[in-house]
Design a protein around this ligand. Structure first.
Ligand SMILES: NCCC[C@H](NC(=O)CCC(=O)O)C(=O)O
Ligand SMILES: NC(=O)OP(=O)(O)O
Length: 314
């Protein structure tokens, strides 16, 4: 693994999950591993969990993290090759990424999609510019199309809860939201859950089909009740339309998960990457009740990041 941007293989996923669980049991076991090394955590968008957990993960490995908030504190970046920079952009990505590459041993980048330029978003254009011009190993802190550290933490959380021999039934359900939201968390969760050989069902209203490259191997239905029946894990997430790119087609509040939705899945645990819009995506009673494992997911972000950084350090 040169960069950490997506699900690569079941064997690597298993290795990373085992490593993360070992770090969770003993966070400082490799505290010398990153000595005299630095990771640059570059944010082009807001974050709470990713920002804090990645820094804690690096510190657990004795590595120095430095956060650069390029969205608020950096120069406005130009992305286009050959641009005549006589308007708002101040610094070209090729110059900025090369500088960052020279300062750090590993770079970690958050670059959300525009949700307006589908071609650039599905190529992960901005994120890939950092890979192209930095010359260093790059970890995705959520790109336009994937959020692999979140998904790794999600797989760790499922493994911790699942002790039966059969495959768990894992359901990804669309939930309402007040604005257009990226596909990255949903795409990655599908990619990792299918890659980890779980029994995956995806449910969403008509018009919310995800990019099929992420959902091949999942059962897909527009009937949320059918999807939720006998679920073991229910991952709740909003995303905007993919085909009619970035648009909101439904705000149907009947898709908001409440305790009533679980009559046919009494044992189901509920997952969300956070931040969550309470009583829009998920009800308070679910989030504050015993089904919710969202705080465990957030805790596991530390150990997912620690396993990935450690793997890249070699
Ligand atoms: N990194 C976790 C989720 C980040 C982002 N959520 C958001 O933008 C929520 C914004 C809001 O609720 O206004 C997403 O879903 O991809
Ligand atoms: N789940 C997650 O990535 O949270 P942040 O956006 O707060 O980092």
């Amino acid at each position: 693994m040169k960069h950490f941007t997506q699900f690569e293989s079941l064997s690597l996923s298993k290795t990373l999950i085992q490593s993360a669980l070992a770090y969770k049991a003993n966070p400082l076991i490799d505290v010398q591993k990153g000595f005299k090394k630095r990771i640059g955590c570059i944010f082009l968008n807001p974050s709470l969990r990713t920002r804090a957990s990645t820094q804690i993960a690096a510190l657990n490995l004795g590595m120095e993290p430095i956060v650069v908030n390029m969205d608020k504190e950096g120069w406005a970046l130009e992305m286009r090759e050959g641009a005549i920079m006589n308007k708002g952009t101040v610094e070209h990505i090729k110059d900025a990424a090369a500088v960052l590459g020279s300062y750090f041993d590993i770079l970690a980048i958050r670059a959300f999609p525009s949700l307006t330029n589908k071609t650039e978003d599905i190529e992960d254009f901005v994120f890939n510019q950092f890979i192209k011009y930095s010359g260093k190993p790059v970890i995705s802190l959520e790109s336009a199309i994937r959020h692999p550290l979140q998904s790794l933490a999600d797989m760790i959380t499922i493994q911790e809860h699942w002790k039966e021999a059969r495959k768990p039934k894992v359901v990804l359900t669309w939930a309402p939201h007040i604005k257009a939201i990226p596909h990255a968390v949903a795409n990655s969760f599908a990619e990792w859950a299918i890659g980890n050989d779980h029994d995956v069902t995806i449910t969403h209203p008509v018009g919310y089909e995800l990019d099929p490259i992420f959902t091949k191997g999942a059962h897909i239905t527009h009937n949320q009740a059918e999807a939720l029946a006998d679920a073991d894990f229910v991952y709740v997430k909003n995303w905007s339309a993919f085909n009619d790119y970035g648009k909101i087609h439904s705000t149907d509040s009947s898709w908001m998960l409440t305790e009533k939705h679980f009559e046919a899945a009494p044992q189901a645990k509920v997952m969300h990457c956070l931040p969550v819009r309470r009583n829009v995506e998920l009800s308070d009673e679910i989030l504050d009740g015993s089904r919710s494992i969202v705080q465990e997911q957030a805790t596991n972000r530390i150990y997912a990041a620690q396993a990935v950084i450690s793997h890249l350090l070699g």
